[in-house]
Ligand binder design. Structure first.
Ligand SMILES: Cc1cc2nc3c(=O)[nH]c(=O)nc-3n(C[C@H](O)[C@H](O)[C@H](O)COP(=O)(O)O)c2cc1C
Length: 220
């Protein structure tokens, strides 16, 4: 495809970050209130998909794999997202229940990186969230064998027609057994605030075996 637009060379793209600062003296002792504050500010900034996070897993050969998922809940127990348990990420998490999540909010000039252990949320919680989804999304969860090869687009649409006929009453669409939530229980959080001249602020929280959080500033 030909692109007639003038495009700036990538190596000349440059942006100064100067919207905010992050100081040890101003951060809470525990990371969760700061996480909730930053995600709230991202939501209020008007940028699209403020709850989108990059989720990194590792496959059985040790090859990293990344994709975006949507954060659907967050509290001191962890970060919840929903997916197909048979998908590539689902299989990777079942075999190796550790993950890294990264948020980037350009409007706030902020990044948060989280690492932790992953576990399925309980079935009643997945059921409740599934039933809160629009009908099309609920049917789509049945129609799509996420991450499996498809011969063509028509095959997916045919599968959707079949499940739409099978579950004609939207009140009785059950959650597929292969679909539900995972919760990432953090063991580290890193808060990154962009600053001038690439001298960014990085504050990292780590939890020790006794459950105490420690804070360290990292070089940018
Ligand atoms: C903005 C955005 C939001 C997404 N949200 C989800 C999600 O919440 N759950 C999900 O399973 N896939 C979501 N996806 C699709 C995933 O990125 C990915 O394509 C899919 O989960 C298959 O990944 P896997 O093959 O690594 O399992 C989203 C993609 C984008 C771009």
């Amino acid at each position: 495809m030909k692109n007639d637009q003038e495009v700036q060379p990538l190596n000349q793209l440059r942006m100064e970050y100067e919207r905010d600062i992050l100081l040890e003296s101003n951060v809470p002792q525990y990371p969760f209130p700061l996480f909730e504050q930053w995600i709230g500010e991202a939501m209020n900034s008007g940028q699209p998909e403020p709850n989108a996070m990059h989720l990194a897993t590792v496959d059985g050969d040790g090859m990293p794999a990344g994709r975006i998922v949507l954060l659907k809940g967050c509290d001191e127990h962890g970060l919840t997202f929903y997916t197909n348990y048979n998908s590539d990420k689902g299989q990777q998490l079942e075999a190796n229940p550790r993950a890294a999540a990264t948020f980037f909010w350009p409007e706030n000039e902020r990044q948060i990186r989280i690492t932790g252990q992953v576990a399925r949320v309980d079935e009643t919680e997945s059921d409740a969230y599934f039933q809160s989804r629009p009908v099309g999304s609920r049917l789509g969860a049945w129609a799509s064998a996420q991450s499996q090869p498809l011969p063509n687009r028509a095959a997916l649409e045919k599968a959707m027609e079949a499940v739409s006929a099978q579950f004609a009453d939207p009140m009785t669409i059950p959650r597929p057994p292969h679909w539900g939530g995972y919760r990432l229980k953090p063991i580290t959080f890193e808060f990154w605030q962009g600053r001038r001249s690439r001298l960014h602020d990085r504050i990292k929280y780590s939890i020790d075996e006794a459950g105490a959080w420690t804070i360290v500033r990292l070089s940018p």
